[in-house]
Write a protein that binds this ligand. Structure first.
Ligand code: DC
Length: 230
């Protein structure tokens, strides 16, 4: 089968990373979690005190330092998935916490941040054979991707999934706070000026509110087979 580009977009915590990672592993493709890249930039901004007390961002300082932010992924043989590194430091756990989650949307809305990330993402996918998940992969990063999926699920289902995920990792979690965070991020992600979250015209939509992980896996694998044969 020919090597293709697979773009998986959708709302936060809708299970798209799980399905994207599992598919990449099954078919031997590279997997890139672009949300982890925006989260890493956010962690960098938090650590360098770039959030002012009124919640605004010191954009000038962040823009100047963008070239000092190196984000890489390394395969973790224990989990069978890639871990995220920020300037050589393993940050996989820290970027998933509530503090980064609460600050990431305004960072992801900054045009100079998006430009830098999109450029790196396009480099990563130069050779095809890639599964990339995010918000703008099918619309902006790879508008010519052979397979585009747009995943949705209700905010309550997504909040419950993130709650369970954090608890399982032994992290602090409150369902109501998570639901509020999910709804806020949906709003900012789909109303921002640059690359708002939207379904590409040629993307296939999947509402997975009532699907098991196994059902999703099988559905996605079928879509891949169809797209790669063409
Ligand atoms: O998928 P996630 O929840 O880890 O994404 C974190 C944030 O990054 C979320 O607010 C949306 C943003 N994001 C984006 O704007 N574009 C992407 N391609 C991926 C994520």
């Amino acid at each position: 089968m020919k090597k293709i580009t697979i773009a998986i977009d959708g709302y936060s915590s809708c299970g798209k990373s799980t399905m994207a990672k599992d598919l990449a592993k099954e078919i031997g493709y590279v997997y890139v979690d672009t949300g982890a890249m925006y989260r890493s930039v956010t962690l960098y901004a938090l650590r360098h005190n770039m959030f002012m007390s009124d919640g605004s961002i010191d954009e000038t300082r962040l823009q100047k330092q963008m070239n000092q932010i190196q984000i890489t992924f390394r395969f973790n043989p224990t989990t069978g998935r890639p871990d995220t590194y920020l300037n050589g430091e393993l940050v996989e756990k820290e970027i998933r916490g509530l503090e980064v989650s609460a600050h990431v949307s305004p960072i992801a809305a900054l045009p100079f941040v998006r430009e830098a990330m999109v450029c790196q993402q396009q480099q990563m996918g130069r050779e095809k054979g890639i599964v990339m998940d995010g918000r703008d992969i099918g619309t902006t990063v790879f508008p010519d991707a052979e397979l585009k999926i747009f995943v949705t699920a209700s905010p309550e289902v997504r909040a419950q999934r993130r709650f369970a995920e954090l608890r399982e990792k032994g992290m602090e979690a409150n369902y109501d706070d998570i639901l509020k965070n999910v709804e806020e991020r949906d709003y900012i992600d789909s109303h921002r000026e640059v690359s708002p979250l939207r379904k590409a015209d040629d993307a296939i939509e999947l509402d997975n509110s009532n699907l098991t992980i196994e059902e999703q896996r099988a559905w996605l694998f079928n879509q891949y087979k169809k797209a790669a044969k063409m």
